[in-house]
Design a protein around this ligand. Structure first.
Ligand SMILES: C[S@@+](CC[C@H](N)C(=O)[O-])C[C@H]1O[C@@H](n2cnc3c(N)ncnc32)[C@H](O)[C@@H]1O
Length: 216
């Protein structure tokens, strides 16, 4: 990974013009695209590790640095870090806690399998998902994806972080369309970086933003 990074550059002037239309369509028409072949196996590993504990998800966890930290913050929970990249997960440095699990899977598939089983989360962290900053890439953003309405169904306290303020504001607008109003604020700069990308963005002098909502 490069040690510094440029600010996000976009051809959007404000929230995406089709945000409401796309999110409403996804609320009305649940995602029925095929699951990836190994998603059910990954979900089975989550269920096997759970042993009745309440769940915390660290979606798009990268190397899982944040997952290990969150496991210390939530000692009574099973904390599950999910990332699709074997390469990133392979760089995980094990933490001191035993109550976490890293899964190689597509987050949207795990959200779907959890929701199909009527599972609920206590906490859901989404730290620095890829921004997909071009307007034409809107549907690749978490809130432009057909899986987005599942977040509201999974419940819990959700926190999204990004170095792109517009991403966080769009996410907040999309969440409002599911009936949930949260709060956008700056990530305090005086706390230790929770993830590798957060550390990189801080080194690069970026402002960092978060959206928090209680979906319970
Ligand atoms: C910008 S990195 C952030 C990683 C980590 N959260 C951090 O802050 O250091 C985004 C991560 O999302 C993962 N990713 C992208 N799309 C994904 C998907 N649909 N499901 C699971 N992981 C995905 C990538 O492999 C990458 O590790």
């Amino acid at each position: 990974m490069q040690t510094t990074s440029k600010n996000v550059s976009t051809n959007q002037q404000g929230p995406h013009e089709r945000l409401a239309e796309v999110v409403r369509r996804h609320i009305d028409c649940p995602d029925r695209s095929p699951l990836q072949s190994d998603s059910r196996d990954a979900y089975a590993r989550l269920e096997a590790a759970r042993a009745g504990r309440p769940l915390v998800l660290d979606a798009f966890c990268g190397t899982g640095q944040s997952t290990a930290t969150l496991a210390l913050r939530h000692p009574q929970h099973l904390v599950v870090g999910i990332d699709q990249s074997a390469h990133r997960l392979g760089k995980h440095v094990p933490g001191n806690a035993a109550n976490y699990l890293l899964l190689q899977a597509r987050c949207e598939d795990i959200w779907r399998l959890l929701a199909a089983d009527r599972q609920r989360l206590d906490y859901h962290y989404i730290f620095y998902p890829n921004p997909w900053p071009k307007s034409a890439q809107f549907q690749r953003r978490v809130h432009g994806h057909p899986g987005f309405p599942l977040l509201a169904r999974l419940g819990g306290r959700l926190e999204l972080r990004s170095n792109w303020r517009l991403y966080v504001e769009e996410f907040a607008l999309a969440m409002q369309l599911t009936g949930h109003t949260g709060r956008v604020s700056a990530v305090p700069g005086d706390t230790p970086a929770t993830t590798l990308f957060e550390a990189k963005y801080r080194r690069s002098g970026h402002d960092l933003w978060r959206f928090e909502v209680n979906l319970s």
